[in-house]
Design a binder for this molecule. Structure first.
Ligand SMILES: [Fe+2]
Ligand SMILES: [Fe+2]
Length: 238
């Protein structure tokens, strides 16, 4: 299938080097990734030939890890997400809330959008902290048990929530809330453009926000596009 008509999320799974290209164009490949590349380009006014060229370059120059997460065990993937996504998300959100408070207190009078940025950062923290707890305490252990039962040929583990698709739908709805809040911050800050004479804390806030956005896109991509579909497939197996 031609790259232009493929969904952005599928390109991110098939060609991991595409993620950096999508990030550089501000393309959401996780929550909003279920759209063909050509449609995303049209909506965001991005040149399709240019992005196709960049994708081809990235594929040529980046060693492909052959999408290890489509092959690795779900237990390995869940552990990776907890160690490499959840742990830094907790640390970075603490930093971000402190930075957003500080920058708002100092510069809010001249930059009224900072009040909104601060409240969105707080909203993301309030959403993500219990979200990751639910995944770590309930959903991920269940997915690991499901995989073990499949490997051992035993019956599927009991779950109070019924089919695994139910908590997964709830988690994906929460991802959407966080994804929208991050997109709103990007718009409010005009793609993280610093005002003239921005102080180092202002700079640190924007830098941390861009890094956090990349981390969250990667995190949500691994869950929405790989872990969750694989778990749903497993739960449907006889
Ligand atoms: Fe997560
Ligand atoms: Fe999640």
């Amino acid at each position: 299938m031609q790259t232009a008509v493929k969904q952005v999320r599928d390109l991110a799974i098939e060609q991991p080097s595409s993620v950096r290209v999508f990030e550089s164009f501000g393309i959401d490949y996780c929550c909003g990734g279920r759209k063909p590349l050509e449609q995303v380009c049209e909506e965001q006014q991005i040149s399709l030939p240019e992005i196709l060229e960049r994708l081809a370059e990235a594929a040529d120059t980046t060693p492909q890890p052959t999408s290890p997460w489509t092959k690795a065990s779900l237990e390995e993937l869940a552990t990776y997400i907890m160690d490499k996504c959840h742990a830094p998300t907790r640390t970075e959100l603490q930093r971000l809330t402190a930075l957003a408070d500080k920058v708002h207190n100092r510069h809010g009078a001249r930059h009224p959008e900072l009040a909104h940025v601060q409240s969105l950062v707080q909203q993301i923290l309030d959403e993500m902290m219990p979200h990751m707890e639910k995944e770590e305490r309930v959903l991920f252990p269940y997915i690991v048990n499901l995989e073990q039962a499949d490997q051992n040929g035993t019956s599927k583990p009991y779950a109070f929530f019924g089919n695994v698709a139910h908590p997964i739908a709830a988690m994906m709805a929460e991802h959407d809330i966080v994804g929208s809040a991050l997109a709103e911050i990007r718009t409010l800050t005009n793609n993280y453009q610093l005002p003239d004479g921005a102080c180092p804390t202002y700079y640190a806030l924007y830098l941390t926000l861009t890094e956090f956005e990349s981390l969250t896109h990667h995190h949500v991509h691994l869950e929405n596009n790989i872990l969750f579909p694989r778990a749903i497939e497993l739960s449907g197996k006889e």
